[in-house]
Design a protein around this ligand. Structure first.
Ligand SMILES: [Zn+2]
Length: 79
């Protein structure tokens, strides 16, 4: 078995934790980056049922209204 003193073990633990968080940060940041540069108008939805206006940047085609829980489809003809 490899013998470690307590300071080396703590330093190794912190190093591996930071590396793990860095990898997770890179994975999730790569997923969110393209959505940061999309236009703001694409994420604004108006519900066809209750006319509630809300922001949903997660979905592009179909979005769920937070007020009445109905599904709204993106109209392609909007300029
Ligand atoms: Zn609604």
């Amino acid at each position: 078995m490899i013998e470690l003193d307590i300071s080396t073990a703590v330093a190794l633990y912190l190093f591996l934790t930071v590396i793990g968080l860095l990898i997770l940060w890179l994975i999730f940041d790569r997923d969110t980056k393209p959505k940061l540069y999309t236009s703001e108008k694409k994420s604004i939805w108006q519900c066809e049922i209750c006319t509630h206006t809300y922001v949903d940047s997660q979905h592009d085609v179909i979005s769920k209204c937070p007020q009445c829980s109905s599904y709204n489809k993106r109209k392609e003809a909007t300029p």
